[in-house]
Write a protein that binds this ligand. Structure first.
Ligand code: AKB
Length: 315
């Protein structure tokens, strides 16, 4: 048996990743876990286990008892929330990773996926077409934890041959589970408010350009990378992975093509400074070359699907 667990299966990525993994590899072999209940379809379609990932004994017990070999570790506190709870964010983001890497080092598990983020970059990083290898001086707690995490991943690979794989996710846009606590969350909230109220007050300014990606691309890319021949995964810190770049003004314009009366106002809060410290666009040549990454969705196709799906969900 080669079972898989998604830790953080109630979250924005985990809820969709769990269902797609079950779709591909069978419901019974993909375990979902989180500190809180997941969406109904995640809870009902396969095994679900309540887990606080910082509980080392429980984590080890679940993994050994269920013969789990692949771990997708998605539990994390995102950028906005982490600024409000720096100690807690550091504790959760780092402890969960180190516990999991240790299980791989001890050969209890075979393969680990751990998400990094564009938050590893900082105000001194080149903003346009940001290279894989560049200046990285993150100025947020979340970014510092992701950068440290990348270093640990590479260290465990070099020192203990741990098969750990990672991508630097941009802002992710999805309709199934709402995002929570991130700086890029505006790009999800805006769709709900456009449909519900016809207007949205954005917490970032009109021209704040950020790298983004539609969730189906992110899920496909993640699983493709995890299923790739290990020899193809040449970067063991984390791969740049790019989709679409847009700012709130451009997203509002795309929504207006479907809802002509939609209005947007701007009231930047503390997240503006976080967003300004991140790149506007990402160079992901390495991911494309090494394991064949390619995004499919652009701003127009994503907007179309998001509006249709959220309308259906709300009605
Ligand atoms: C956030 O906004 O904190 C996340 C991220 C870019 O990692 N979506």
């Amino acid at each position: 048996m080669n079972n898989t667990i998604v830790i953080g299966a109630s979250g924005q990525i985990g809820s969709e990743l769990t269902l797609e993994l079950r779709n591909r590899f069978g419901n019974d072999s993909v375990f979902a876990s989180d500190i809180k209940d997941a969406a109904h379809d995640v809870m009902e379609s396969g095994p679900f286990i309540k887990l606080d990932v910082t509980d080392s004994a429980k984590l080890t017990e679940i993994i050994t008892k269920n013969k789990i070999k692949n771990v997708y570790l998605l539990a994390a506190m995102l950028s906005g929330s982490a600024e409000k709870n720096p100690g807690k964010a550091w504790d959760l983001n780092m402890k969960s990773l180190l516990l999991t890497l240790d299980l791989a080092k001890e050969k209890v598990i075979d393969k680990v996926f751990w998400p990094s983020s564009i938050a590893v970059f900082g105000p001194t990083t080149p903003k346009k077409n940001t290279p894989q290898l560049t200046i990285m001086e993150p100025s947020t707690v979340y970014g510092i934890s992701k950068q440290a995490g990348e270093r640990w991943c590479e260290y465990y690979f070099n020192k203990y041959s741990v098969d750990v794989r990672s991508v630097r996710y941009p802002g992710l846009i999805s309709y199934k589970t709402e995002a929570g606590g991130g700086t890029t969350d505006y790009a999800v909230e805006i769709f709900y408010e456009a449909i519900k109220a016809g207007k949205y007050e954005c917490f970032l300014s009109e021209n704040t350009l950020l790298p983004m990606m539609f969730m189906p691309d992110a899920i496909r890319g993640t699983i493709d990378m995890m299923e790739s021949d290990p020899a193809k995964i040449k970067i063991r810190s984390s791969y740049n992975m790019s989709g679409i770049s847009f700012n709130p003004g451009e997203l509002a314009q795309a929504i207006r093509k479907h809802i002509p009366d939609f209005t947007i106002t701007y009231k930047p809060d503390f997240r503006q400074q976080i967003a300004e410290s991140w790149p506007g666009s990402i160079n992901d040549d390495d991911a494309r070359l090494d394991w064949g990454w390619k995004h499919e969705y652009d701003l127009a196709s994503m907007t179309d699907i998001m509006l249709g799906a959220i309308r259906k969900k709300l009605s």
